[in-house]
Design a protein around this ligand. Structure first.
Ligand SMILES: *[C@@H]1O[C@H](CO)[C@@H](O)[C@H](O)[C@H]1NC(C)=O
Ligand SMILES: *[C@@H]1O[C@H](CO)[C@@H](O)[C@H](O)[C@H]1NC(C)=O
Ligand SMILES: *[C@@H]1O[C@H](CO)[C@@H](O)[C@H](O)[C@H]1NC(C)=O
Ligand SMILES: *[C@@H]1O[C@H](CO)[C@@H](O)[C@H](O)[C@H]1NC(C)=O
Length: 396
């Protein structure tokens, strides 16, 4: 057997041994799930935080973390480490039906904490809510993935491994793989075979889209590696005085392994109760902004969060991007509780956002009558159009 055959067989075996990979025809394109081996090396650290192995410890951790006298950020770092490994990253690549200039633009969308890649592609009412569907309709190719620790990607140690700088490196590697053709090559070979992915030329441009923690990562990527992006949409995040104001106690967490329903996760992974999902992700007028079905669906999609990524987030937030030239849109939900303490109007100075990326076109937009997880609210599609119009006006 040649080395290539062995790798192909291993990839096939891996796909079968995990849950079966799905491929689906969409109204405006075709999607395929992938398991992508991503090699990443990053600075990590051991942090001083409580262990979480019960629901009581989970809630006590949230209160401890919110307490004014609890050390925060760098003060909690005990010693520095390095993590270097190959991780399985579960992803979905979708390409539009229609050939066109936008097909050669790949969006890479990074979800926030408490969700996985399905955040961008809700099944409840794809036509009116899925960002993936809307992107295909607008002619874009799009990669969504489960961040390390979420969904069907690997779930390593929640304290010492799943940390923000490592997740940033995974996003950088995925971007490099997309740019140099490796990603489309993997998609072309992955089963089930489909003509839509055969012989795809590597994307000409990459647009990065983030939500919440995924926007922390996206903003860090574009600040540190400005040449890797051609356009940026930052949703559900800006670095401001209200960031995280409601505190982690508002999440109403259980230990993931003893939650109902339970998740197969080791110590240090926490998951929201349904009330926490509403507190964090839903907002606006409850009669018009979202339906009870959307809240129910949002709860059914939830994922555990590894606390190490929160302890290490200080490394990647609030970075300046003096060299970024790609256009950036901040797309904010009017009644975002966690980012704006409930009201984004007047919660920030647009000039401060512009100053973060002095060489780039920077715009901000507030989507009306919507909470933090705006794809799970009514009128999401009109919001997506605002993003696509921005990209279009700026040549991506
Ligand atoms: C960890 O590394 C950072 C950056 O290199 C350094 O500033 C810090 O002092 C180190 N912390 C410890 C506890 O060694
Ligand atoms: C989706 O939106 C269209 C028009 O925007 C509407 O006609 C349709 O009823 C919506 N679908 C659902 C399931 O709400
Ligand atoms: C493409 O980029 C990935 C990620 O950095 C790297 O592992 C791979 O060797 C590169 N492949 C080529 C053909 O340059
Ligand atoms: C729906 O969203 C669009 C785009 O943001 C906005 O112009 C419109 O006013 C919104 N409609 C409602 C009813 O909130």
């Amino acid at each position: 057997m040649t080395a290539t055959t062995v790798i192909a067989l291993l990839a096939l075996f891996h796909g079968i041994s995990a849950s079966p990979l799905k491929a689906s025809q969409r109204t405006h394109g075709f999607c395929k799930e992938l398991n992508i081996p991503v090699f990443a090396t990053a600075d990590t650290a051991v942090y001083d935080h409580p262990k979480i192995e019960s629901n009581i410890q989970a809630r006590a951790w949230a209160i401890y973390a919110d307490t004014w006298s609890t050390p925060q950020g760098a003060k909690t770092l005990v010693h520095n480490t390095t993590t270097s490994d190959t991780f399985n990253i579960h992803a979905q690549l979708c390409v539009p039906n229609v050939a066109g200039i936008k097909k050669s633009i790949l969006q890479i969308a990074t979800h926030g904490a408490h969700y996985d890649g399905r955040y961008w592609d809700p099944e409840l009412d794809r036509e009116n809510q899925s960002y993936v569907e809307a992107s295909l309709k607008a002619g874009y190719s799009i990669l969504t993935y489960d961040r390390l620790g979420a969904g069907q990607s690997d779930h390593p140690d929640a304290y010492n491994v799943v940390q923000a700088p490592l997740e940033l490196e995974i996003l950088r590697q995925l971007t490099l793989m997309a740019r140099n053709g490796t990603l489309y090559n993997i998609a072309g070979k992955a089963q089930p075979a489909n003509a839509a992915f055969a012989g795809l030329a590597a994307p000409k441009k990459i647009v990065h889209v983030g939500h919440s923690f995924g926007s922390f990562l996206t903003s860090a990527l574009i600040a540190k590696y400005p040449a890797l992006t051609d356009g940026v949409i930052i949703t559900g995040y800006f670095y401001g005085k209200y960031l995280g104001a409601p505190g982690m106690a508002s999440w109403g967490v259980d230990f993931a392994a003893t939650a109902s329903p339970p998740f197969n996760r080791p110590g240090g992974y926490v998951v929201c109760q349904k009330s926490g999902i509403q507190n964090l992700f839903f907002g606006g007028n409850p009669d018009t902004a979202f339906t009870p079905e959307m809240l129910e669906y949002g709860d059914s999609l939830k994922q555990p969060v590894p606390i190490g990524e929160l302890a290490s987030a200080f490394h990647i937030i609030g970075l300046q991007g003096p060299d970024l030239k790609a256009p950036v849109q901040f797309f904010l939900a009017e009644f975002d509780f966690y980012i704006c303490d409930g009201d984004c109007k007047g919660a920030y100075d647009p000039q401060v956002l512009k100053n973060t990326y002095p060489k780039a076109v920077v715009e901000d937009y507030i989507q009306p009558n919507t909470g933090h997880a705006f794809p799970l609210h009514n009128n999401a599609t009109a919001g997506y159009q605002v993003m696509f119009d921005f990209l279009d006006r700026n040549g991506v």
